[in-house]
Design a protein around this ligand. Structure first.
Ligand code: HEM
Length: 574
């Protein structure tokens, strides 16, 4: 059980909030199935009063991140206003329609809303007004009241995008403020008006750099040592180690060894969660003392204990280094995420509570490992499938970084083609296929009155494949569209949102892009890539978007002769 026991079709849990016991409405993708489902609302079952720490959703796992769209039909409180987006709809849209006949994607209706709690949110496109109207009518009919949502005139401005009028942004009381300093270090600060889409100049610690440099190098040495020629590697598996190493270093820095032990346990916990995720949900099952559940609970306790101890040791050390901290500013001598949190102070000079730090560390691992693995995997697969782009990227890497040297910090921003390829990868295969926003207060959206506690699903992947924004070649791999930058790649600057939008957007995007650029650059310096004949293109959503049957790719060292008959497997590498 644990963090991932939620059926939600790969949708990250709401960024903040908790299940609460208020009304919930999922007014989301109104594909035909969802509309039909809205008409036959299921009997409501009470929500759990309070989620336990660790119950979280798919992307974060902390106790602040709670329920999930796919579950709402079963979990709504009595009298809930419910317009379910069924998991099947999302799955169907994501897995079958979007990837196989891409054109079907265009028949779906999606809404995308951001920034509920800020003044600067945006609304992206309701595709088919009639469907949304039906949804609202069905909602009203199902709950015997007048519709509180009044779509008199749905957004139809350029590209269907309109600014959102919302309540002023009010940060949550304590933990949120305390977290801000760490947020500033790994990602862009919460945007004041319109969020940045272009990644900033990466900021990182020396230790992180070491980690990020080491893994690709090891990978290179490992496969290059196979002088027989080609090596087949399931990159979906292999990149997990790269991402795990990087996020562990970034989080724990000088406490890497102890942190690694804890994150290894979390890796096992996530494997249980992923296994549970595939099974049919039996309500309450997670409270039963089954063997797996007991193992999960034990692991969870151990992880907490390990992190609390680690934080305690680091806090003591931080006190010892107070002078050093004063001298070097807020982050003191600990320039990793844990250090930043330990040294963070809110306006009243209060330190971040240990429990919050524990949750944040778990979140970093949960949010940072698999997402980056998926980006690396899809980028490698796409490069293998598109030799012309592979050649272009390689030429650039060799021109900028040279043949044998690891790419350095000053090289990375010069790798424009590689940046375009990564963006195009994130567009076609965004690891997080959707995100959710919940209205904290009654809010007006265009002329649509959205009641407080309404949840809306932002279908990242559908927006990324929308031909209205991306043109008739929306389904094609064409990194060239990012030549003018991410904001100009589509007809609307907010049509590219792989890291979300607004004040809750991903804090790890710079880290992820840095890691991906570095890793792919090192691979291109050393190898020619081509897809294995065993590769089956079957993207699927299991929490995140990943290749259902793995991603075997053949690596041929650049210096070695053309393809030979003998291909070694990744097992031989480990
Ligand atoms: C390719 C890699 C990644 C992708 C595609 C990705 C995507 C996302 C998305 C879509 C969200 C939700 C944003 C929203 O709702 O507006 C998110 C949130 C988050 N991500 Fe990432 N992420 C990636 C890597 C990372 C990494 C490496 C970290 C580690 C530091 C990380 C930490 C987080 C955290 C902590 C949040 C929650 C932010 C908040 O609620 O304030 N992510 N990410």
């Amino acid at each position: 059980e644990g963090a991932g026991r939620r059926r939600h079709g790969g949708v990250p849990a709401p960024a903040r909030g908790g299940a609460g016991d208020g009304r919930a409405v999922v007014a989301a993708a109104a594909a035909g199935g969802a509309l039909r489902a809205a008409g036959r609302a299921r009997p409501a079952v009470p929500l759990p009063r309070r989620l336990r720490p660790g119950d979280g959703g798919t992307h974060g796992g902390g106790h602040r991140q709670a329920h999930v769209a796919g579950h709402l039909p079963q979990r709504a409180a009595p009298g809930a206003r419910l317009l379910p987006l069924l998991e099947e709809d999302l799955r169907y849209a994501c897995m079958r329609r979007v990837f196989l006949p891409f054109s079907r994607c265009q028949q779906l209706t999606f809404s995308a809303i951001n920034g509920w709690s800020s003044n600067g949110g945006w609304v992206l496109s309701w595709r088919r007004r009639a469907d949304v109207l039906d949804m609202v009518r069905a909602d009203a009919a199902a709950h015997g009241g007048g519709p509180r949502a009044r779509p008199r005139d749905l957004p139809h401005a350029r590209g269907g995008v309109r600014p959102l009028r919302g309540a002023p942004h009010r940060p949550a009381a304590r933990g949120r403020r305390a977290r801000q300093p760490a947020r500033r270090q790994v990602g862009p600060p919460p945007p004041r008006s319109r969020p940045r889409l272009l990644p900033r100049q990466p900021q990182r610690t020396d230790e992180t750099h070491t980690a990020l440099s080491l893994w690709p190098a090891r990978l290179g040495q490992c496969a290059a040592s196979d002088t027989a020629g080609e090596v087949e590697v399931d990159v979906a598996e292999w990149f997990q180690a790269v991402a795990e190493e990087a996020i562990t270093r970034a989080t724990f820095g000088r406490s890497y060894a102890s942190g690694r032990v804890v994150f290894r346990m979390q890796g096992r916990l996530m494997a249980f969660a992923s296994e549970a995720f595939r099974k049919v949900l039996v309500p309450g099952y997670r409270f039963l003392p089954t063997k797996k559940n007991r193992m999960s609970w034990g692991l969870d306790r151990e992880i907490r204990r390990g992190l609390v101890q680690l934080i305690g040791r680091r806090s003591d050390a931080a006190e010892d280094h107070e002078a050093e901290i004063k001298e070097k500013g807020n982050s003191g001598g600990f320039r990793d995420l844990l250090g930043l949190m330990i040294n963070a102070r809110d306006k009243k000079s209060q330190a971040m509570p240990v429990e919050d730090m524990v949750e944040e560390c778990k979140t970093f691992f949960f949010a940072g490992k698999q997402t980056t693995t998926n980006l690396l995997t899809w980028a490698t697969v796409l490069l293998a499938m598109h030799p012309e782009w592979q050649d272009r990227a390689r030429q650039e890497v060799l021109a900028v970084c040279g043949l044998g040297e690891l790419p350095a910090k000053e090289h990375l921003h010069k790798l424009k083609t590689l940046g375009m390829i990564l963006n195009e990868t994130l567009r076609l295969y965004p690891p997080a296929v959707a995100t959710i926003r919940r209205a904290k207060v009654d809010v007006t959206l265009g002329d649509l009155a959205i009641p407080r506690d309404t949840e809306l699903l932002i279908p990242i992947m559908a927006i990324h494949h929308d031909a209205r924004f991306w043109g008739p070649d929306a389904a094609q791999f064409n990194p060239g569209r990012f030549a003018g930058g991410a904001a100009r790649a589509a007809t609307h600057p907010l049509a590219f949102i792989p890291f979300g939008l607004g004040s809750r957007m991903c804090v790890g995007q710079n880290l992820a892009l840095l890691e991906a650029k570095l890793t792919v650059a090192v691979l291109l310096q050393r190898f020619e890539l081509r897809p294995s004949p065993k590769y089956v293109h079957a993207p699927t959503v299991l929490m995140l978007l990943h290749p259902q049957y793995g991603a075997p790719v053949i690596f041929r060292p650049l210096s070695s002769p053309p393809p030979s008959a003998s291909v070694h497997t990744s097992d031989e590498l480990s």
